[in-house]
Ligand binder design. Structure first.
Ligand SMILES: [Zn+2]
Length: 309
């Protein structure tokens, strides 16, 4: 079974209103918290079963968040020239104890290398400026976060506070987060992207996940044209996603091939979708968009960014 196509077909919707909190860890925490009926802190002694369960949740969540951050960053940096809102990006994710609900804070401290006070490095995206500067998980951030031109990032080191010289990349200001959920869903409120943990797990290889993220980014970069039908908006986002992926160096030809291979299996479920066109229409449009993106790509110098025309 082609899980990537299934995830993609079922996932993806756009929500254009609302303004959400930009803390991914808090999101997993809030979901996790629903499993609790009381405020008893989770420790190996007080609640061994829950301790084991939530320690796994935290570790798996971090692995997913790292993967999404790596792929999303590649798309955001490569497409910065065509995003209207950008921000400095060094490939660093941070967290603090208050990002986690009270009952799982003992776990967070134990497994996530954080302490009662302060902000700490959650993870570093490989080959990012933060990685090049040798910033490592668990280090305490004293000041300069979020990264800006105004002040350097200062970390606590054995030799005392140390200002880190980092040359940030410029990236589209469209962060992608993982929300703990069994539903296959991706959405954007026009500012950031939420991906359900189930969707990330079923997205297939990096190109498959990149396509889902790029599709949502496309909804943000190109707001729906007035009068456009819901189907038109979705087909446009599919086409734009291929351009964004091409700019970031992903294999768009392979992505469409994998997508096509999964179509048969999902024709029936997709037919029930209220928001998305039938798979055959979508695949046809995707193939056209692939040819067009490849044609446009052949007309520009390698590395030149294609715009969403
Ligand atoms: Zn969409």
């Amino acid at each position: 079974m082609n899980r990537f196509a299934g995830a993609l077909l079922l996932g993806c919707c756009v929500v254009l209103s609302g303004c959400k909190e930009v803390v991914s860890v808090a999101k997993v925490g809030v979901r996790a918290e629903r499993a609790f009926q009381d405020d008893t802190p989770i420790t190996p002694v007080s609640q061994p079963d829950r301790y084991a369960m939530f320690s796994d949740i935290l570790k798996v969540h971090r692995a997913r968040a790292e993967r999404v951050a790596r792929i999303s960053r590649a798309l955001r940096v490569a497409n910065a020239p065509i995003c209207s809102v950008t921000r400095p990006d060094i490939g660093l994710s941070t967290h603090q104890l208050s990002d986690y609900p009270e009952p799982i804070r003992p776990l967070a401290m134990h497994f996530m290398e954080i302490e009662e006070d302060g902000r700490f490095v959650h993870f570093v995206v490989p080959d990012s400026p933060a990685d090049d500067a040798d910033i490592r998980r668990g280090e305490r951030i004293l000041s300069g976060w979020p990264v800006s031109d105004a002040a350097p990032l200062t970390l606590e080191t054995e030799q005392g506070p140390q200002a880190i010289a980092i040359d940030p990349d410029t990236a589209c200001a469209i962060p992608a987060f993982v929300v703990q959920s069994d539903r296959l869903n991706a959405s954007t409120d026009g500012r950031e992207i939420d991906l359900s943990s189930a969707l990330v797990d079923q997205a297939g290889d990096d190109s498959g996940l990149a396509f889902i993220i790029a599709h949502e980014m496309a909804h943000v970069i190109r707001p729906p044209a007035e009068g456009a039908s819901r189907w038109d908006v979705e087909l446009q986002a599919d086409a734009d996603a291929l351009v964004l992926m091409r700019n970031a160096g992903f294999d768009i030809d392979g992505t469409v091939r994998v997508w096509a291979a999964g179509v048969e299996l999902h024709r029936d479920s997709q037919a029930l979708s209220l928001t998305h066109p039938p798979v055959d229409i979508r695949l046809q449009a995707l193939r056209r968009a692939l040819s067009e993106t490849q044609r446009r790509s052949s007309l520009v110098a390698p590395g030149e960014v294609l715009r969403l025309d």
